[in-house]
Each structure stands twice: as C-alpha cells, then as structure tokens.
Design a protein. Structure first.
Ligand SMILES: Cc1cc2nc3c(=O)[nH]c(=O)nc-3n(C[C@H](O)[C@H](O)[C@H](O)COP(=O)(O)OP(=O)(O)OC[C@H]3O[C@@H](n4cnc5c(N)ncnc54)[C@H](O)[C@@H]3O)c2cc1C
Length: 196
C-alpha cells in the first residue's frame, strides 16, 4: 500500500515550558520519576503503521483519548524508534487495545529481538484497518484507525495526535493492564458504567 504525503505539521512547545520541565527535575530524579509513573495503571496497546508496504508494530501504554468531537487520541513514541519514523513518514497509524490474555503479544512487540517488518507479524492474526490499511491485531479488544493531525515534541518522546477515522470492537473482553512495571488484570468486576 502506498500512502500519500503526510498533511500534518509539527508544533513546538514554547521554550520556557521545556526549560521549566527540564530544570524542575534533575537528571538523577529520572529513576524516581519512572517509579512514580509506574503507580499509574494503564491499558496496553499495540500501535502499528506502514510505510512503503512495510508494516511496523510496537507495544505502547502511553495512549489516551483526547477529544470527542472530532474524535482524537494521542500516543507518545520514543524519539528515534522505527515506529515513530514510520508514523511521521506515512501520516497514519492504528491502535489495537490488548486483552488480558494477550500478555505474550505485548512482550513480543516490545522485544528487542523481534524481526522487523512483516516477519514481526508472522503467525499473529492481523488484518488491515478499514481506512488507513495499518495492521490491526484481529484478536485484540478494540481498535482505532487514525490519521496524524499533529505531533508535539515531548522530551525524549514525541506526542502524536491522531484523528480517528474509524474505530470498533474486535473481540470485547477483559483488557490487559500495565501497573507497577508489570502486567496485571482487572481481577474484579467493573462497577456499572458511569453515566452523565
Ligand atoms: C508495557 C509496555 C509499554 C510500552 N509503552 C511504550 C510507549 O508508550 N511508547 C514507546 O515509545 N515505547 C513503549 N514501550 C517500549 C516499546 O514497545 C519497545 O521499545 C519497542 O521495542 C519499540 O519498537 P520500535 O521498533 O518502535 O523501536 P526501535 O528502537 O526502533 O526498535 C526496537 C529494537 O529493534 C532494533 N532495530 C531497530 N531497527 C532495526 C532494523 N532496521 N533492523 C533490525 N533491528 C532493528 C533496535 O536495536 C531495538 O533493539 C513499551 C513497552 C512495554 C513493555
């Protein structure tokens, strides 16, 4: 699949915000910052993109929904990673939300020894997302198919804002949780959905 040139643009934060962030936390506070961050439980996703017909997928927990109208979400990707360069190149990505029984997939798409390109998806049920064609992990819980609308510098990561072109459930069941630097499951029945 070939995808046209990206039509989003990179926005830089004001210099004083970046300075404030870097000066507030000395370098030696990094490990403490990581430990404190680990107290915040998240879901786990695999973010995929494609450039020149070569698919890439990476485990990502820095995911959040951002806007309802228009529907937007964000992912934060490490600078210099294959996934980020692919997303910046193609201007598209897809997010598959993983289920509690997909821990091995989360580890696989985070592993440093997995092969690159299509080989990293070998044996994993996957299908193209309806709008962008980025691969979805077919046995995930739900997916979001996105076009990049903006990218923001975020220290050693880049925050990618995506406009959701399509989303749906795949196989709804209990989600995988990342908490305390390890995988977990919700374990307890969820409270009834909140309504406003
Ligand atoms: C629960 C969890 C949550 C995570 N959340 C995030 C997150 O929110 N954001 C984030 O950025 N990361 C996150 N990660 C880390 C991320 O999943 C891994 O770092 C992943 O390996 C990155 O893949 P990549 O291909 O994008 O990165 P790369 O660093 O490009 O590649 C990963 C590995 O492949 C090797 N490699 C790179 N290019 C090639 C090549 N051309 N040929 C052969 N080998 C190559 C690299 O040496 C490296 O070892 C998370 C990991 C876990 C377990």
């Amino acid at each position: 699949m070939s995808i046209g040139s990206a039509r989003w643009h990179r926005r830089a934060e004001p210099a004083d915000w970046t300075d404030a962030m870097t000066s507030a936390l000395p370098t030696e506070a990094g490990p403490r910052f990581r430990r404190m961050g680990a107290h915040f439980a998240t879901g786990v996703t695999v973010v995929t993109s494609v450039a020149d017909d070569v698919p890439v997928g990476t485990t990502v927990n820095a995911f959040a929904t951002v806007s309802l109208d228009p529907p937007m979400l964000l992912v934060s990707l490490r600078n210099g990673s294959r996934l980020l360069s692919c997303v910046e190149c193609s201007g598209v990505f897809a997010v598959t939300v993983l289920a509690a029984d997909q821990q091995l997939l989360a580890k696989w798409f985070a592993s440093r020894t997995r092969p690159t390109g299509a080989a990293s998806f070998a044996g994993i049920p996957a299908r193209p997302a309806p709008v962008t064609g980025c691969l979805l992990l077919a046995e995930g819980v739900a997916y979001f198919d996105c076009r990049v609308s903006a990218v923001y510098s975020g220290g050693d990561h880049t925050i990618v804002l995506g406009e959701v072109a399509a989303c749906d459930e795949l196989w709804p069941r209990e989600p995988l949780i990342f908490s305390g630097s390890g995988f977990a499951t919700v374990g307890l029945p969820a409270s009834p959905p909140l309504r406003n």
